[in-house]
Ligand binder design. Structure first.
Ligand SMILES: N[C@@H](CCC(=O)N[C@@H](CS)C(=O)NCC(=O)O)C(=O)O
Length: 235
């Protein structure tokens, strides 16, 4: 049994996608990040960056005590190794999936995240910041579109590299992107969207957060919780 500490955001969807693909037994523990659940000491004990997702695996492969994992990329690799799925075993295939996984973790995720912030959430609309992140997202979409021009998925068969990037392309409209400019990316998006496991994963979003699909910030208190953080929150 896997305990999944989750809230329906792009980084959260990565893990429900994996769990639904593999049929691993899991239970969701909601971390309402707008309410400040990510600062609870019991959560920080195994997710020290006050971010979800995080997991606790009560039946690790070595038969020892429960294993905790934070950071969505590390969770995907951990679960792929646990199940033997969605990460090739050969040295070249594995290397390629990890390249694109790290590309998402270090590039597409953070840049699209800043894009969402300055474009959709910042009260002060700063043209420099908006242009910077909308353009960088555009460049990254171009990289992925080119990669997908002659292959169905990012790195061989459907893999954790696809699961990492997919949730960050779903909100393309909120990132100021025109998906029709990226036909290969659009085809890939539609292919993954149609997977039954993806549908089940995204269905969890509404179950866990009835407000899913509405703006994450509805009150000043929520704005302060999410965007007023300093080192004080993890002390
Ligand atoms: N690099 C981390 C990022 C996780 C992350 O940013 N999670 C956000 C939601 S998408 C979060 O928990 N935010 C809570 C907060 O900002 O306090 C990962 O990939 O797991």
């Amino acid at each position: 049994m896997i305990d999944l500490y989750y809230w329906p955001t792009p980084n959260g969807h990565k893990i429900t996608m994996f769990l639904e693909e593999t049929g691993l037994d899991y239970k969701i523990f909601p971390v309402d990040i707008s309410a400040g659940d990510q600062f609870k000491p019991e959560f920080l004990a195994f997710s020290p960056n006050n971010r979800m997702p995080a997991i606790i695996d009560h039946a690790p492969a070595d038969g020892g005590e429960a294993i905790t994992v934070f950071e969505s990329g590390a969770i995907l690799v951990y679960l792929a190794e646990k199940t033997g799925r969605f990460l090739p075993h050969d040295v070249r295939g594995r290397k390629t999936v990890l390249e694109w996984l790290f590309w998402q973790m270090g590039g597409l995720g953070p840049m699209a995240g800043q894009n969402h912030h300055f474009r959709n959430y910042a009260l002060e609309k700063l043209p420099y910041a908006i242009d910077r992140y909308v353009n960088e997202t555009n460049r990254l979409y171009g990289v992925l579109n080119k990669r997908l021009a002659d292959r169905e998925f990012i790195a061989g068969d459907f893999s954790i590299a696809d699961m990492a990037s997919y949730p960050w392309v779903v909100p393309y409209k909120n990132q100021g992107q025109d998906i029709d400019q990226f036909p290969h990316l659009k085809r890939w998006l539609e292919t993954i969207r149609a997977r039954p496991a993806t549908e089940r994963a995204y269905a969890k979003a509404k179950e866990v957060n009835p407000n899913f699909g509405q703006p994450a910030i509805r009150t000043e208190e929520e704005r302060k919780i999410l965007f007023g953080q300093t080192a004080a929150v993890v002390r």
